[in-house]
Structure formats: structure tokens, C-alpha cells
Design a protein around this ligand. Structure first.
Ligand code: IPD
Ligand code: CA
Ligand code: CA
Length: 261
């Protein structure tokens, strides 16, 4: 699989998926999965399109996607992890901040990752050991270490579960009063890509799903950053994690701040 993998084909595939599945009509065809948790026809069409094309290109690789039951996957084999649209609420509101996020997992960790901004068409990607790029130019995490000069992206997932909502707000409050400022855009994968590109110093979100963080974790590592759980464990890439990533110095400060209680 590694030998035949081709990021150019992935980029092409994203452009085609956008052209055939993304429309205001599809974005307005909405189903509620749970409280404040929506899926649109654009999400399901994108997943179906990308899944089908990946199967044609690399038939032996299994597929994990947000909009399906993933219980049958053998995590010891090669598998894709797809979020067909990260930032669905943004899409519904026409708030231009959504992307596709795709990772290829080999030997239990991402071998490649790609994040495609559906509005600007900026394409972030990395292959294990080969560095990270945005539209062909190398990207690096920010060198800034001082808390007062650091922007921190903080997700609030899953905001529809009340017990976590309170903890999210506590985390945000602590981070807000320690660092320069916080950002919360509604697309975890794009926030992570921006952090990998040095546009923010770190990213933190509790209970983030593999399709939200897998591609971005590799892109961050390949851009010189760290990507682990809040407590410093390796990410699983198979289940939800409290994800903390970015430049090592700022990540360390956030870890100390949030773990001291
Ligand atoms: C969500 C977005 C959001 C994050 C949530 C995710 P979706 O993904 O990334 O920023 O806070 O945790 O579930 O539902 O738009 O794919
Ligand atoms: Ca998502
Ligand atoms: Ca999604």
C-alpha cells in the first residue's frame, strides 16, 4: 500500500467530491443524530463518493468513516479514517469553515494525512517521515513559547452532552486567562491544520473522535510538533481521546494548567 499511495490522487478526489456533493441544497437536507448533532445529505454523499473512489484505487484497504458503523474493522490491518465534512454545523449555517479530513492508518498509526479546506481549497498533508505541507509549501509549528503570545484553539466537543459542556467551559476559562486568546471555529480538523502551520500555538479538545484528529495528528508531528492525549499518552486512532497538540513548549504549559485541577 505504501508504495502505491499517491497524495495527488487524494487531492484530485477531494476536488471531485466537492464538485459533485457539495451544494446549498444538500446542506439544507438535515437530519438530527442527537441534540445539536446534525448530519446533512452533503456529509453522506461526500462519504459515499470518497469511499467508492478509495475502494477503486486501493481495494484492499478497509474504511472507517464518521457516517457509518465501524465495528467490523480489523485495526491491525490498513484502514482509512474519513470525516467527510468536519464542520457540519458551519456548513448548515453557511459559515465558511469546513473541511474533509482523511488519514491512512498502517501499523496502528497514520502513515498519511490530508485535510482539505472546502472553501479556500487549501490542502494540508503529510506522509510519515516526509514533512508536512500546505499547497506544496513546507509548514512548521510556531516557535512561540510565551503564554501571553500564544493563540490556543479550544474545541467544545461534545457540546450536546451537558456534563462535558461544563468541563469544556472550565478548560476554556483557564486557557483564556493564561494565554493570549482562544479560538473555536467549529472545525477541529481545520484548527489542527492551522496549528500545524504555525497560525496558532496549540489545540485542545476533549473526547475528539479519530476522524477529527487522525490526519491532523500526523500533519502536526511532521511539522515538528507533538500530538498526544492530555495526559501525555499516545493517541489510539481507534476511539475518542482528549487531544492536545501543537508546539512542545506551549503544549507542556496547557498540560500543566489543566492537570493541576
Ligand atoms: C465537529 C467539529 C467541531 C468539534 C466537534 C466535532 P463535525 O465535527 O470538528 O469543531 O468541536 O467535536 O464533532 O460534527 O462537524 O464533523
Ligand atoms: Ca468532525
Ligand atoms: Ca463530520
Amino acid at each position: 500500500m505504501k508504495e502505491s499511495f499517491d497524495l495527488g490522487k487524494i487531492r484530485e478526489l477531494f476536488y471531485e467530491a466537492k464538485a459533485s456533493c457539495l451544494s446549498r441544497q444538500n446542506a439544507a437536507d438535515i437530519h438530527e443524530k442527537g441534540r445539536c448533532n446534525f448530519v446533512t445529505k452533503a456529509d453522506t454523499d461526500m462519504q459515499q463518493f470518497i469511499r467508492k473512489r478509495l475502494k477503486m484505487l486501493w481495494p484492499s484497504v478497509q474504511f472507517m468513516g464518521e457516517e457509518q458503523d465501524n465495528s467490523g474493522i480489523d485495526i491491525h490491518g490498513d484502514f482509512w479514517i474519513l470525516d467527510p465534512i468536519d464542520g457540519t454545523s458551519n456548513l448548515i449555517h453557511d459559515f465558511h469553515r469546513s473541511c474533509v479530513s482523511l488519514a491512512l492508518c498502517i501499523d496502528g498509526a497514520p502513515y498519511a494525512g490530508a485535510i482539505f479546506d472546502l472553501y479556500t481549497e487549501e490542502f494540508f498533508y503529510a506522509e510519515r517521515g516526509k514533512g508536512a505541507y500546505a499547497n506544496g509549501s513546507p509548514i512548521h509549528v510556531s516557535p512561540i513559547e510565551e503564554a501571553e503570545n500564544s493563540l490556543i484553539c479550544v474545541g467544545t466537543s461534545p457540546y450536546y452532552k451537558e456534563e462535558l459542556g461544563t468541563r469544556n467551559m472550565d478548560d476554556m476559562r483557564k486557557i483564556f486567562f493564561t494565554f493570549e486568546d482562544i479560538r473555536r471555529t467549529g472545525s477541529a480538523a481545520l484548527d489542527i491544520a492551522y496549528t500545524a502551520a504555525g497560525r496558532a500555538e496549540a489545540f485542545f479538545e476533549r473526547r475528539l473522535q479519530p476522524w477529527d484528529y487522525a490526519a491532523g495528528a500526523l500533519i502536526t508531528k511532521e511539522s515538528g510538533g507533538t500530538a498526544e492525549t492530555l495526559s501525555g499518552e499516545p493517541l489510539s486512532f481507534t476511539h475518542a481521546e482528549d487531544v492536545l497538540l501543537g508546539n512542545g513548549a506551549v503544549v507542556k504549559k496547557i498540560r500543566e494548567l489543566l492537570l493541576k485541577g
